[in-house]
Design a protein around this ligand. Sequence first.
Ligand code: SF4
Length: 216
Amino acid sequence: MAIPLRIEETIKNLEKNNMAAYYCETKEEVVPLIKTLVEPGVTVSNGGSVTLSETGVIDLLSSGDYNYIDRSKAKPEEIREVYLKALGADAYFCSSNAVTQNGELYNVDGNSNRVASIVFGPKKVIMVVGINKIVRNIPEAILRVKMFAAPKNTKRLDCNTYCKSFGQCVSTLSYDSQMCDGCDSDERICCSYVVSAKQRIKNRINVIIVNEELGY
Ligand code: SF4
């Protein structure tokens, strides 16, 4: 089957930016592809992601085939240690809040452990991204997080924020809102805003684009 044009353009521009890009027609193709990218026995970890659960990647990481640094098993007092260990992983799995057709990744994080691992540390970053996360450019990516991803995630994580109650970021009420504008809540999940553009280390970041709607 032919790859949709906007995915084809996104893949071409990710590759131009030194990121490896892959296409899966369905979510069932994701785990077999990952098995070709990450050999058994290596150390792996992940960021919080609905997409990873929906595609079976979390089950794969927990299968015993890998040395899995599992954040979900950590006690609150252990979580900093787990996040630090994840920075030394051979492969780090996550999704991206948005991927632009220009070949950029846009991620917004509260604890910021996920964006830290995307930027530096793990030898390989493997992102699984549904077609719903592809946007034209960074302005659209910023809006996508404020209007869609953050409200869904604050609901999922039960954070006391404006977007959880009203379904969009409070900053979208202002016609000239800037990227980092938002709520004043102590439970705000938008604390670090990271754009990944052309990378120095070729193919450290791997983006698997799936032709299905996945995650937020
Ligand atoms: S800044 Fe606050 S209200 Fe805006 S999207 Fe983030 S958590 Fe929601």
